[in-house]
Design a protein around this ligand. Structure first.
Ligand code: ZN
Length: 321
């Protein structure tokens, strides 16, 4: 069962608060909507179980989206319950509730007021996100990816989150708690948060919130399992597996990729032997022997050393092969 904190996190990312109509002489109708690609709409049904409402479908640029709506009293009751957990839209939720029960005098003025309020920061910004809020927020706006495969073959997983420049409370909270950087994008209209998930950072973040996630839980737990090896040396397979997890549908009662099978495919490769990324002896090609120096196993190093007084020349020849 999803919690109110999760719902708040998911509202802060993929949800919207607004009014279905603002007409003169009537009370405006408060509405809350969440939108999600239909191929991963399980989360909407999970939230629906808790808060009710209606689910419908729409197509934008030939992609199908599922939407969950609630309105009126139900929406007000929900905001009353979760407002304290909202990080980004708390102030706006309060502004909406303030006008939800008054008859509208001047619709244009109300629309202007809402537009302005939407861009004002919700203060104070929490020092630490709660586990469930963070799970809901990353499920909405977060993205796990592999930035690059190093020349040695290792993967570098990242978490990135893009936010409008008036919606940065969420990424600022996460940055305070977990570090990472925030960049300007799109002429400063969008801020992007990037957290590099070194094994220790991945363990810190994902063991904190991963099990409460719905949409991206498999991706998070997969990265966590790789991180527990202490390295991401099997970069190619990690990248492939994460890609597979990202494109798999996430719908109610639909079969999933078995994450255990993916984890089992990731090799716990031995440490690299030298800066060029060799994992086996440069000369004999064996990886069962222990590395001694210059990418050579003990036996090969000894042989080179014994045969020649000028070791370095030999070693350089070997390395340039
Ligand atoms: Zn050797």
């Amino acid at each position: 069962m999803v919690s109110d904190k999760y719902i708040a996190g998911f509202l802060d990312s993929d949800g919207g608060i607004g009014f279905n109509f603002i007409d003169k002489g009537r009370k405006p109708l408060l509405g809350i909507t969440w939108s999600q690609k239909t191929c991963q709409d399980e989360v909407l049904f999970e939230i629906h179980k808790v808060i009710g409402g209606k689910i419908d479908y729409t197509t934008v640029n030939s992609v199908s989206y599922s939407r969950l709506h609630i309105c009126g009293r139900k929406a007000e009751a929900l905001l009353n319950r979760i407002r304290k957990y909202l990080v980004i839209k708390r102030r706006f939720a309060d502004s909406c509730m303030k006008i939800a029960n008054e008859r509208v005098d001047n619709p244009i003025a109300i629309k202007e007021y809402l537009k302005k309020e939407r861009k004002i920061t919700s203060l104070p910004i929490p020092n630490f996100p709660t586990r469930k809020w963070l799970a809901g927020y990353i499920d909405g706006d977060g993205c796990f990816s592999i930035s690059e495969i190093s020349h040695k073959g290792a993967a570098y997983p990242l978490l990135h989150i893009a936010a409008a420049n008036y919606d940065t409370e969420g990424i600022e909270t996460i940055q305070k708690a977990f570090g990472g950087r925030i960049h300007n994008m799109n002429n400063g209209n969008v801020r992007q948060y990037i957290l590099s998930l070194s094994p220790s950072k991945a363990i810190q973040l994902i063991s904190y919130c991963g099990k409460y996630m719905i949409v991206k839980r498999d991706q998070a737990l997969f990265v966590l399992n790789c991180a527990k090896m202490g390295h991401y040396r099997d970069g190619k397979n990690i990248k492939l597996a994460l890609k597979q997890l990202k494109i798999q549908p996430h719908r109610l009662n639909e079969p999933r990729v078995d994450i255990k099978t993916l984890i089992a495919k990731i090799e716990d490769l031995p440490p690299y032997w030298n800066k060029k990324g060799a994992q086996a002896c440069k000369k004999c090609g064996l990886r069962v022997r222990k590395h001694v120096a210059f990418g050579l196993c003990g036996a090969c190093y000894q042989r080179s050393y014994r045969r020649n007084i000028s070791t370095h020349v030999i070693v350089e020849n070997v390395l340039s092969v």
